[in-house]
Design a protein around this ligand. Structure first.
Ligand code: PMP
Length: 361
């Protein structure tokens, strides 16, 4: 089987150079005669992987020194619970921006620990789904923090603005857009992201937390979710997901070799413009998100005639374009085009779409 273009939302495509290197060194990593999976997380060899990956991530995102980087388990959903239990302190409410499926899921989990102040930012612009600008978000004085999701993986809705909320603690679920472009980490209290989209394999979750927010965890919080415990133990309070961590470290190096996040921003913007361009030029395809809030990472689109969905999916797989089926709550198609998706993949998709329209339109 030759390489296909994989448009899965996550677990998602990884850079093929990284996979090839992992393949080469799988059974004999660094001359140890064993794989990286089989050595102690406390061995000097693995500690070196851990330290280097953190350094590379800090370089890529320009993470200031007063932030801890935690390599965790549990996926982003564990963070839906960890965030309130780490940050509420004596407070009983937090602002939650309800902007899509994942932000809403975070609210459902937070309700176990506090009374979220829910702000629905969904609106319509030119008949399309849009987000109310940050300057109009009605934040609550008593809130311990404001939580939002900058990129809604399922809805294809993005909030491209950088938050500027003074001394409010801003928490962002960056699961599906971290490392896709530069961000100003200093605007955030906590950034978290499951690895399986734009970082590496499933099993690893990144948390970047400002150090003045440590030490406030609820006493019933399991230690494994406690940022202070994880920071004090350098993410080795228990056995971390070592293989996912190692592979993510290689992705960070790959990103640096590619030219870092400014280069990624350029490529991701170009890829997204190419695909939206084809969708917008035709009456056969449509995307229902207002231009300013369109995701660069996850692009849902519908066919004018839903009866053709199955034909589209069958034919796209034959053309080497995989996993284009939309999420069940949205339907239609969705192309996830994270960092590892080359522009050639998006070009192959747009060529296929144009040809499909000619034959079925
Ligand atoms: N947040 C966002 C934005 C996501 O895309 C996802 C996964 N699709 C999640 C949270 C849940 O992540 P996990 O499966 O790692 O818990």
């Amino acid at each position: 089987m030759t390489q296909v273009f994989n448009f899965s939302a996550g677990p998602a495509m990884l850079p093929v150079e990284v996979l090839r290197r992992a393949e080469q060194e799988l059974c004999n990593w660094h001359g140890l005669g064993t794989s990286v999976m089989e050595i102690s997380h406390r061995s000097k060899e693995f500690i070196q992987v851990a330290e280097e990956s953190e350094r590379d991530l800090r370089d890529l995102l320009k993470i200031p020194d007063n932030y801890k980087v935690l390599f965790c388990h549990g996926g982003a959903r564990a963070q839906f619970a960890a965030v309130p239990q780490n940050l509420l302190g004596a407070k009983t409410t937090a602002d939650y921006i309800d902007g899509g499926y994942w932000a809403h899921s975070a609210i459902n989990e937070a309700e176990k620990y506090c009374t979220p102040h829910v702000i629905n930012t969904s609106t319509t612009r030119d008949g399309r789904r849009a987000v109310i600008p940050m300057s109009e978000w009605a934040l609550h004085d008593d809130a311990a923090y404001v939580h939002y999701c900058p990129n809604e993986t399922i809805d294809g809705v993005a909030i491209h603005e950088m938050p500027d909320f003074g001394d409010k603690v801003v928490v962002a679920d960056y699961s599906s857009s971290i490392l896709s472009r530069p961000i100003d980490v200093s605007r955030f209290g906590v950034i978290y992201a499951g690895a399986q989209k734009n970082i590496g394999p499933a099993g690893l979750t990144l948390v970047i937390v400002r150090d003045d927010l440590l030490g406030k965890a609820h006493k019933a919080l399991p230690s494994i979710l406690d940022y202070t415990v994880l920071a004090e133990n350098e993410s080795m309070f228990n056995t971390p997901p070592t293989f996912a961590w190692y592979l993510s470290g290689m992705v960070f190096k790959w990103l640096k070799e590619q030219g870092g996040l400014l280069e990624m921003e350029k490529r991701n913007k170009a890829k997204a413009e190419l695909l939206y361009g084809v969708i917008d030029q035709s009456d056969f395809y449509r995307n229902e998100v207002a231009e300013a809030n369109r995701s660069w990472m996850n692009i849902p689109f519908q066919l004018a005639d839903a009866a053709l969905d199955k034909v589209f999916l069958d034919e796209s797989v034959k053309a080497g374009l995989h996993a284009l089926k939309g999420h069940r709550v949205v339907g239609g198609m969705r192309a996830s085009i994270y960092n590892a998706m080359p522009v050639e993949g998006v070009k192959a998709l747009t060529d296929f779409m144009a040809d499909f329209e000619r034959r079925h339109g």
